[in-house]
Design a protein around this ligand. Structure first.
Ligand code: CTP
Length: 411
């Protein structure tokens, strides 16, 4: 995993309790560390029977704390400081016992003492047998925690250590990592902003098995959605079919055709603060969709018709709405020649606040690859040429520019 700026200088305390899912916590600790956070792991005595502190030390580069140290007064003071300074306390896996202790404010081991001293957000990922999770005592304890502002993550349905299928499995490290990221981004510069992002290519059906599409991978759009979440925004991601996993915390609307994308974008952006239209929308579609599969013995003539121009439709809706929503509209221009001229023209026609233009003829930019070379042109004609960056970095710059529209003093 590449380092992620949001995690730099962040202190995360990962509490691990006595469930077989403790082995997955090592993967989670490793991911958090690789992202750039300082990760301090505290194991309960039971957890240390499943995985050793040494495992966590190896993946975090810091000594893992366990109950064996609780007797030392020095250690006690040190970890209270650790809790107070933590940007996040994540307990994964959390057993029924630890959840009960937290709900009742018991502080009988290093982890529960730390939880009482923690000032930042607390995330708890239960892991236990399905019956234990469903028990009214556990449910009441989780409700108490949720009522106190603790975020309860999962558990998921699935196969458990007992061999039974039920609800009690800890969420996967990937998902928990995404939830930690979401929690760190909360309160960021775009907090309380609603941002709509479109991503991926559309598919225009010809018959029940064929469609016309394009080479869009969705990577730049998904990176924009993630960058908006990292800055604390509420994100709706309107996506054409892609192979990508959606960023944790985004509300995903899956669409196939340009028409479906138009409807979804217009509905979501009517009360949004910003729309980032990164999707590669088909400009044409088959005028008629065959009801049955086209047969090869009769060579078909395919007639095309224009699809709706979504950004133009948004511009019209915006002009008619009292609040002129969305406040900021960002378009993208994929060009193979006359980049600046064509992009400027698009920005004007589609009444954009900002357009991100890229040269799709370059090998290190555009479709499918992880890097992009983008020129930003704002409504006033200002041009900012960005160097070759990863799509995540491009997304971060674009969101910083969007941010300026909401903080006028930043210009
Ligand atoms: N776009 C849109 N609706 C369409 C086609 C494109 O809203 N039917 C949006 C894209 O999401 C992008 C911007 O318009 O943000 C520019 O897309 P692009 O394909 O570069 O431009 P076109 O409008 O298709 O113009 P041209 O065919 O002249 O390049």
């Amino acid at each position: 995993m590449d380092p992620i700026p949001l995690f730099f200088n962040k202190k995360i305390v990962l509490g691990v309790t006595g469930s077989i899912a403790a082995y997955k916590a090592a993967d989670l600790a490793s991911k958090l560390h690789q992202a750039g956070a300082q990760v301090d792991v505290i194991l309960t005595e039971a957890a240390a029977r499943f995985v050793t502190p040494l495992t966590f030390q190896a993946v975090t580069g810091r000594p893992a704390l366990s109950d064996l140290w609780a007797a030392s007064a020095e250690a006690h003071v040190a970890h209270v400081a650790l809790a107070e300074q933590a940007d996040l306390l994540l307990i994964a896996p959390a057993t029924a016992t630890t959840i009960a202790k937290l709900a009742h404010g018991l502080a009988d081991n290093l982890l529960t003492v730390t939880a009482l001293a923690a000032r930042g957000p607390v995330l708890v990922a239960p892991a236990m047998d399905g019956g234990m999770f469903a028990h009214p005592a556990t449910q009441a304890n989780l409700e108490t925690l949720a009522g106190r502002g603790v975020t309860v993550l999962g558990p998921a349905e699935g196969r458990m250590a007992s061999g039974l299928i039920g609800r009690g499995r800890m969420l996967e490290p990937e998902e928990l990592f995404g939830q930690a990221r979401l929690a760190l981004g909360r309160g960021g510069p775009l907090a309380a902003r609603r941002i709509v992002v479109s991503a991926g290519g559309t598919q225009e059906p010809l018959d029940p098995v064929r469609f016309i599409s394009n080479r869009s991978s969705g990577k730049q759009g998904y990176a924009l959605a993630q960058a908006a979440l990292d800055k604390g925004a509420a994100v709706t991601l309107i996506s054409g079919p892609t192979a990508l996993a959606a960023p944790v915390g985004a509300t995903v609307v899956a669409v196939q055709t340009a028409q479906e994308m138009a409807e979804a974008v217009l509905a979501a952006s009517a009360d949004a603060d910003a729309l980032l239209m990164a999707a590669a929308v088909a400009d044409f579609r088959p005028a008629a969709v065959a009801e049955h599969k086209l047969k090869k013995n009769a060579m078909p003539e395919i007639r095309l018709e224009k699809t709706v121009d979504i950004l133009s439709a948004v511009a019209e809706a915006r002009a008619q709405s009292a609040e002129q929503r969305p406040t900021v509209v960002v378009g993208f221009a994929a060009e193979s020649q006359n980049l600046l001229e064509n992009a400027r023209d698009k920005a004007q026609r589609k009444r954009l606040n900002l357009i991100a233009a890229n040269n799709i003829a370059a090998r290190d930019a555009g479709f499918s690859v992880d890097t992009n070379r983008v020129t930003l042109i704002d409504g006033g004609g200002g041009v900012e040429e960005l160097p070759l960056l990863t799509k995540a970095q491009v997304a971060d710059v674009i969101l910083s520019r969007v941010e300026r529209y909401f903080t006028p003093q930043a210009w």
